[in-house]
Unconditional design. Structure first.
Length: 551
């Protein structure tokens, strides 16, 4: 650790402990939204490492190939993370806890780099890094098997390498930053954001613009993308990035973009939590702004809770709070902007650029998507606290964010693990169900796809995935989750030909829910709800078992 100050060593140690404390209690979490899909792809790479998209999954149909020559790819992301997962599986095995524990690598990289980058932007870089670590957006993603935690690591590592390359006029660091830019985009295509951020940082200062060697980084980046495209053409007939564009963009209709922007604002306020303290900041800057925003929040909540709004009172309160907190933060940005130097201007450009990307890419958003704008949000908020907040607001923001995030993470963990309890109950009922609907003459179906993550727990008991267009025979069993159901899967017609057998509810004392379609909570996809989380009296899940009429 040569060259690090004692303060750096202490900060890195505390951030390491924080990463472990927020991740290790949850590494036994069951496969949840999208987890198992990425593991399925990784196992396909283990079997056939030169053709990453040959794996099959239940995606808009049973046993579909992820990408076939001449077709739109079903898997729209590049495979770098999946190669990493494949390596972990090959060396250590595929136990879920091992896979989740392996993601600590990305958490360490993200927290360390956000600290060292933060030293260039704020007076309290450790505080900003710790604040990021305990936001729900980061916390719940840090041990998931999804792409976005790794994407954040590559974005931050690229920026740190790039900034140090320009500071030192180092050709080797320039080349490394170009390679890291390429790897960032091969982790997830939305990682192209980092190329824009690198360019903005370079162009903002004359001495950085004039150093010609710095432009070599873009050449290295382009070479990595050309290599990836050539590989795709050789194996699948066309570049994957070009093929995936057809499935990766949202509609540019003004009304739909406005709706998406509102949902992104809701998720930003709800997955950061500390943004609610922006009201207190406004109270210290301008009581007129704060009062106006409070009135707007009350009006918005009342409208949302009305018959036309369509939300329950608790949902309306949360949605109004999340939206107005985001607005309060951006008002604080507006009031602070006249005093900003170039570094703060860069952070705001990063924030706005990532927000535009979130609104325009994909028809929905998710809590994990917010990671791309979380670092500048935390840095700017930390700077606001230094200007207007004080020690009490600083500690209160961090503590409140950590406590609420812990409750949300625990609720999410319990909800994910509900399928494990279901598997135990189905195992206990196996003999009874075999008498009612004997296999192999009859079939047992569970309404899900590979993204649902239930397969590893229910398939060994004889249950197979079914999609809404499934054709059933007399005597077949059919089971579905009620609260976590896909909002666009309508099976009401199929249920008319079935009789209920048993409903099984999974209660919990923790009222926080990240996936609850009736509660409008969709942390893993706003297509399930406009809120990232809700406080609800609903059970973790209710599983409904039916049998097709006539044995």
């Amino acid at each position: 650790m040569g060259g690090f100050t004692p303060a750096d060593r202490r900060a890195l140690l505390l951030l390491s402990l924080l990463a472990l404390a927020t991740s290790l209690p949850f590494i036994n979490r069951a496969y949840f939204i999208d987890d198992f899909y990425f593991v399925t792809m990784a196992k396909g790479i283990v079997d056939n490492p030169l053709r990453p998209y040959d794996f099959k999954s239940d995606d808009a149909g049973l046993g579909n190939v992820a990408w076939e020559r001449g077709q739109l790819p079903r898997m729209v992301n590049p495979p770098l993370l999946h190669y990493y997962l494949a390596g972990v599986i090959k060396v250590f095995g595929d136990e879920t806890w091992k896979l989740r524990a392996s993601y600590l690598l990305f958490s360490f990289v993200s927290l360390f780099t956000v600290y060292f980058l933060g030293k260039r932007f704020v007076a309290r870089p450790f505080y900003a890094a710790a604040l990021m670590a305990v936001t729900p957006a980061y916390w719940l993603t840090s041990y998931s098997l999804l792409i976005d935690g790794a994407l954040l690591s590559f974005i931050l590592l690229t920026l740190l390498t790039w900034i140090r390359a320009l500071e030192r006029k180092s050709t080797s660091l320039v080349l490394w930053s170009g390679l890291l830019m390429g790897l960032t985009m091969l982790t997830k295509y939305t990682g192209i954001l980092v190329v824009w951020l690198v360019l903005v940082w370079q162009l903002m200062a004359p001495e950085r613009r004039q150093w010609k060697t710095g432009y070599l980084a873009y050449g290295v980046f382009i070479l990595t993308q050309l290599f990836w495209a050539a590989w795709n053409v050789n194996t699948y007939g066309q570049p994957h990035f070009v093929a995936a564009l057809g499935r990766g963009m949202t509609s540019f209709a003004p009304m739909l973009l406005a709706q998406k922007a509102i949902v992104v604002a809701s998720f930003l306020g709800g997955t950061t939590i500390f943004m609610v303290f922006s009201f207190a900041l406004l109270g210290k800057i301008s009581k007129r702004w704060m009062l106006g925003l409070v009135i707007l929040a009350i009006f918005l909540g009342s409208t949302l809770a009305s018959a036309k709004g369509g939300f329950t009172l608790s949902q309306a309160i949360l949605l109004s709070l999340f939206l107005s907190s985001t607005l309060a933060f951006f008002i604080a940005c507006k009031l602070a902007a006249p005093s900003w130097r170039m570094d703060k201007q860069f952070l705001f450009i990063w924030l706005i650029s990532a927000g535009v990307e979130l609104v325009t890419v994909m028809p929905w958003t998710a809590g994990r998507y917010l990671l791309c704008l979380l670092p500048p949000t935390c840095w700017l908020y930390a700077d606001f606290l230094d200007q207007w907040g004080g020690a009490r607001l600083r500690s209160g923001s961090l503590a409140a964010t950590a406590v609420l995030a812990l409750l949300i993470a625990q609720g999410d963990y319990l909800q994910a693990n509900a399928v494990k309890h279901l598997a135990v109950q189905m195992s206990q009922k196996n003999e009874e169900l075999q008498k009612r609907s004997p296999k192999p003459k009859r079939r047992w179906y569970y309404l899900s796809d590979t993204f649902d993550g239930s397969q590893p727990y229910l398939a060994p008991l004889g249950w197979q995935n079914a999609l809404p267009d499934q054709t059933f025979s007399r005597g077949d069993l059919f089971m579905r989750a009620y609260y976590r159901r896909s909002s666009w899967w309508n099976v009401s017609e199929s249920l008319k030909s079935m009789e209920p057998v048993v409903f099984m509810e999974m209660p919990s004392r923790n009222p926080f829910r990240t996936m609850d379609v009736p509660g409008s909570a969709g942390f893993y996809g706003s297509c399930w709800g406009a809120l990232p989380w809700v406080i609800s009296s609903h059970p973790l899940e209710r599983y409904e078992l039916y049998q097709v009429k006539g044995k």
